[in-house]
Design a protein around this ligand. Structure first.
Ligand SMILES: Cc1ncc(COP(=O)(O)O)c(C=O)c1O
Length: 388
């Protein structure tokens, strides 16, 4: 006899995963632009540090909140980048990736049935993470005709005493947009009045292409109302190491850490030593990856500008372009399916990021310039075939 709880069966399958599996089934010479991870290897000094840690016996359980040196490195980096000081012992908890940081934060602050406001299009996992915490994910569609700008009013209007959190992802996955600072400030201020936390998911904060990107903590008037989530995954090409962190007020950190201790005990000791090396060692690999991503972004956006019937704004961060394909036939899932089956290009349909993403395709530029070029040649051919 099986007995599966409704909470588990309500989990939606990710539309990105669906495309991934279709691509695996189809095989052949596919251009993979659906992936959400850097195509670079983890920097060598990080791998060396992990090897040393393993050989030196750093192979045991650690404190649930992480090894003190890593928590200190995280607090110091936050202080450097934001001008706000954090106590490593009270304000930092190391987690198994940003995913666990998000999950633990939501579990620590949401009562059953509370709302979690998610401006969309948004990374699909937030919905299931809110559900896992017993909360209700509430999508707040952002207007496509305004480039999916963060419209604070839309969020503020939905705040209530039952709102546990607002999740702001800047730079955004899937749009690559960096939210306007005044808009973010307005949301944080309103959330403060309602006693609601703002979760700032900043996993792409160091992959921005202008000079002036600032972390949310650095410019809001009430940093105490923020829970900042970040990880090594995207910044250091370390998705498989599963190492992230949560930074926030002491009571939330304490509760989140104790929830984490009951589920995973602690993040991998070896990955923690790798993260310490990543954060405290040379940042040249980050700069190199960022330069490569920026070149690819520029190439992609310029190519798309030359293809009639489709368009995309220039992403300011992360490694995704969100293409308006609404002039092509069918829903975004159909467009993505045709692009895969007939032209061999794998993308993520906009609908995977919520209803607000319908009519769009997300293309990742975490792939080599040659593959991106080939993918765009094929996309241009599809548009030509279908629109002529
Ligand atoms: C916006 C966003 N947040 C969090 C994550 C998860 O990051 P991690 O690998 O650190 O769990 C991702 C991964 O795609 C993401 O795009």
């Amino acid at each position: 006899m099986t007995r599966i709880v409704s909470r588990a069966t309500e989990f939606e399958r990710s539309g990105i995963r669906v495309m991934f599996e279709l691509a695996e089934e189809q095989g052949g010479d596919l251009v993979r632009l659906e992936v959400g991870e850097p195509d670079f290897d983890t920097p060598k000094p990080v791998i060396d540090a992990a090897e040393r840690a393993a050989r030196n016996g750093e192979t045991h359980y650690t404190s649930g909140a992480g090894i003190p040196k890593l928590r200190t490195a995280i607090a110091e980096r936050m202080a450097d980048e934001t001008g706000v000081s954090f106590d490593p012992e009270r304000h930092v908890s190391v987690t198994n990736g940003a995913m666990e940081a998000l999950s633990l934060a939501l579990s620590a602050i949401a009562e059953p049935g509370d709302d979690v406001l998610i401006p969309t299009p948004a990374w699909p996992n937030y919905r299931n993470q809110a559900r896992l915490a017993g909360a209700t994910p509430v999508p707040i569609p952002l207007p496509p005709d305004e480039g999916f700008d963060l419209d604070p009013k839309r969020i503020i209007d939905r705040l209530s005493p039952d709102t546990a959190a607002v999740i702001l992802t800047t730079p955004s996955n899937p749009t690559g947009q960096v939210y306007d600072e005044d808009a973010v400030k307005a949301v944080v201020e309103a959330a403060r009045e309602h006693g609601t936390f703002v979760i700032a998911d900043e996993v792409y904060a160091r992959l921005t292409y202008g000079d002036d990107h600032r972390r949310v903590t650095s410019y809001v008037d009430y940093p105490e109302g923020l829970l900042t989530v970040d990880s090594c995954s995207k910044t250091y090409a370390m998705t498989g190491w599963r190492l992230g962190w949560l930074v926030g007020p002491e009571d939330v950190i304490e509760a989140a850490t104790s929830l984490g201790e009951s589920t995973t005990a602690c993040p991998s000791s070896i990955a923690q030593h790798a993260a310490l090396a990543a954060l405290t060692g040379t940042q040249d690999p980050v700069r190199e990856m960022r330069t490569a991503f920026r070149d690819r972004r520029d190439y992609l956006v310029n190519r798309v500008e030359g293809i009639p019937h489709i368009s995309c704004p220039r992403p300011e961060g992360a490694f995704y372009a969100f293409l308006d394909v609404s002039e092509l036939d069918g829903e975004s899932a159909d467009v993505a399916a045709r692009l895969l089956s007939e032209y061999g290009v794998v993308t993520a349909p906009g609908s995977a990021f919520g209803d607000a993403g319908e009519g769009y395709l997300r293309l990742s530029f975490a792939n080599s310039m040659e593959r991106i070029e080939l993918g765009l040649d094929r996309l241009a051919r599809m548009v030509e075939d279908e629109r002529n």
